[in-house]
Every structure is written in structure tokens, then in C-alpha cells.
Design a protein around this ligand. Structure first.
Ligand code: NAP
Length: 308
């Protein structure tokens, strides 16, 4: 079967760090073009400043990977789907739940595949964690996602704007894992969002969820962490404690610890390829819904202004 001709749209950090290498390493795809308003693209690959220009002038593409900030993603996705082009949405899949639902309906109508990619679900420890937890009783869960925003998001103005999610940009990765591995659905009970005096998005958040059997799930998100960084999920069960650390890469069970190499984006592209070749979509909005609920129900506290 011919490789899927794909264009990468939004040539920022994640496109260059992960999408381009993953596409190069997957024989099911060929990089047909790049799109970015300011970035010059890649030597030898056709480049346009806008997706409209690519779709109007070519080269032809079968699929696009949208690696832009979430606030501009709906228009890009809708424009691609209108032409029957398959769409891979980076996380979070949109700036609102309703726009993602509209995209899903449009993809269905035109018979194109829409994939909401949650890269953390493809971290090495996540599938075995899900399997181990499937027949366990969860007593309580602690999610600690503490990182230094100056190290991981330098110069990303969009992340502090409405729709950029602030500390939920990494925090939604934790929720994408938790919604995937925990055996019961869970929902928000209370939240406090800490907003810097000069920013529209939170720099930290404290959230209390509980699952449908009443087990408490506590989440501590903070972007002011210097020194060691934490991306940990600890699940206490009737059969002992499970710990996922390093964002899902390292799994510790009562029987020992396992760690495998990072294959998150290879896994995402394998999944996208399967969806295209089988004519299906995969649009799970559960992590985004929990974040939306935090903005809906959370108490706001103003904290010290943040300067880069
Ligand atoms: P980034 O470095 O700021 O890159 C975003 C790029 O999008 C910019 O370089 C910009 O291109 C481009 N862009 C903006 N508007 C556009 C438009 N209308 N059409 C085409 N391109 C447009 O951001 P990022 O860190 O890569 O994050 C992008 C998305 O990936 C976010 O949703 C984020 O949550 C997700 N993500 C990021 C990471 C990470 O480690 N950074 C990891 C996983 C997922 P120009 O420079 O040409 O203006």
C-alpha cells in the first residue's frame, strides 16, 4: 500500500522534536509538505505559510498533523476535513469541547479519519499499568505533575492565553493517562486554580476528584517547580501500590520496576495509520472534559505575577 502523504502544520517544538522523526521512522507515511507562518520548513520538502495555500496549490496530501497551539486548530482541521483530508490533532484536541464534537461529526460526514492523539497514553508503562489495574480495587490516587515552565515552555505566549490551558497543558497529559488506566470513571469534586496577576491561565492547580466507587483522586499541578521535576501517578489498590513515573515511562508494581525506551510518537503514528487504513476515527475528549470542568467549577486565587 502507498504511504500516506502527510503535511505537518505548525512547525514548532513538538513538530520538530517528535512528529518529523516519527514520520521519518514510519514507512506508512511520507512527509509531503510543511506549513508554518514563520518557520522556514525543512530542506527539500515543499513549504507553505498557510494550510489554505497548501490545500489550494499542492502538493496533494492525504493527511495533516496539526501541531499548532489549540486556539487555531479548529479552522485548520475543518478546512482539511472539508477536502476529505485525514486529521491528526495534537493534544489537547481543541480549545473547546463543542468544536471537537463538530469536527468529529464533520469527519464522519466526509468519511475521513480524525485522531485526537494523547501521546502520554503511548508511554511504555501505561498499557501494562492499565492491564494490572483492570481487576484491582482502587483505594486512592495521587497525581503529582510539577515542572518548571521556564524550562519546558520558554517563549510560548499562547500557553498563557485563554484556551492555552496554562499548567493544564502538561496536566492534561496526566489526565489522559489516568482516564485510560483507572478502572472506573472519575469526576471533579473541587478545584483551586492559581492565576498569576498578569496572566489569563493558571500557573498551578489543586484538584480533588473521586471515582464512581468513591475513591479519592488528588491532583497537584505546579509550574513553579525548580530542581527535580515530577510527573508521577501513584495508585493504591487492594493488591498494593502502582507507581507510574517520568510521565508514564517507568512503571513500578509490587513485583518490581520496568522501564522501556520512549516510543510515544511511534505509537501515535502507528495508531493514526491503522485508523486511516480501516476508515475509522478516534476522538476521546475525556481528559479535555475534566479540564473544562476544572475551569467551570474551580475557585480562582490570584498569585504573584509571572515574568519569563
Ligand atoms: P510551539 O513551539 O509554540 O509551536 C507551535 C507552532 O504553531 C508555532 O511554531 C507556529 O509557527 C505554529 N502556528 C501557529 N499558528 C499557526 C497557523 N495558523 N497555521 C500554521 N502554524 C501555526 O508549540 P509546541 O510546544 O510545539 O506545542 C504545540 C501543540 O503541541 C500544543 O497543543 C501542545 O500542547 C502540544 N504538545 C507540545 C509538547 C511539547 O513538548 N512542546 C508535547 C506534546 C504536545 P510559526 O513559528 O511558523 O509562527
Amino acid at each position: 500500500m502507498d504511504p500516506v502523504r502527510i503535511a505537518v502544520v505548525g512547525m514548532g517544538k513538538i513538530a520538530r522534536d517528535q512528529h518529523l522523526p516519527a514520520i521519518a521512522g514510519d514507512s506508512g507515511f511520507s512527509l509531503a509538505a510543511t506549513v508554518s507562518p514563520h518557520d522556514p520548513g525543512v530542506a527539500g520538502v515543499p513549504h507553505h505559510k498557510s494550510l489554505d495555500a497548501l490545500l489550494a496549490e499542492g502538493p496533494p496530501v492525504d493527511a495533516v498533523a496539526l501541531c499548532t497551539p489549540p486556539q487555531v486548530r479548529y479552522e485548520l482541521a475543518a478546512g482539511a476535513l472539508k477536502r476529505g483530508v485525514h486529521v491528526f490533532l495534537e493534544k489537547p484536541p481543541g480549545a473547546t469541547l463543542a468544536e471537537v464534537a463538530a469536527l468529529e461529526a464533520r469527519a464522519e460526514r466526509v468519511g475521513a479519519s480524525l485522531f485526537a492523539g494523547w501521546h502520554s497514553r503511548f508511554a511504555a508503562g501505561v498499557a501494562p499499568a492499565r492491564a494490572w489495574l483492570s481487576d484491582r480495587t482502587v483505594k486512592q490516587v495521587s497525581i503529582i505533575w510539577r515542572e518548571d515552565v521556564r524550562v519546558w515552555h520558554p517563549g510560548q505566549a499562547w500557553i498563557w492565553e485563554p484556551g492555552g490551558l496554562g499548567v493544564f497543558d502538561p496536566g492534561i497529559n496526566a489526565l489522559s493517562i489516568a482516564t485510560h488506566i483507572l478502572p472506573r470513571p472519575f469526576f471533579l469534586k473541587a478545584a483551586t486554580l492559581m492565576l498569576p496577576a498578569n496572566r489569563a491561565a493558571p500557573i498551578a492547580a489543586d484538584l480533588a476528584f473521586c471515582d464512581t466507587a468513591g475513591a479519592p483522586i488528588h491532583m497537584d499541578l505546579d509550574w513553579r517547580q525548580t530542581g527535580p521535576q515530577s510527573w508521577d501517578i501513584i495508585v493504591e489498590t487492594d493488591a498494593g501500590t502502582l507507581k507510574l513515573s517520568r510521565g508514564g515511562a517507568v512503571l513500578t508494581l509490587p513485583s518490581g520496576t520496568t522501564h522501556s525506551e520512549d516510543r510515544e510518537y511511534a505509537g501515535l503514528y502507528a495508531r493514526f495509520s491503522t485508523l486511516i487504513r480501516t476508515g475509522r476515527s478516534d476522538v476521546d475528549t475525556d481528559p479535555l472534559r475534566l479540564v473544562a470542568d476544572a475551569f467551570l467549577r474551580g475557585k480562582r486565587e490570584q498569585v504573584e505575577a509571572f515574568e519569563e
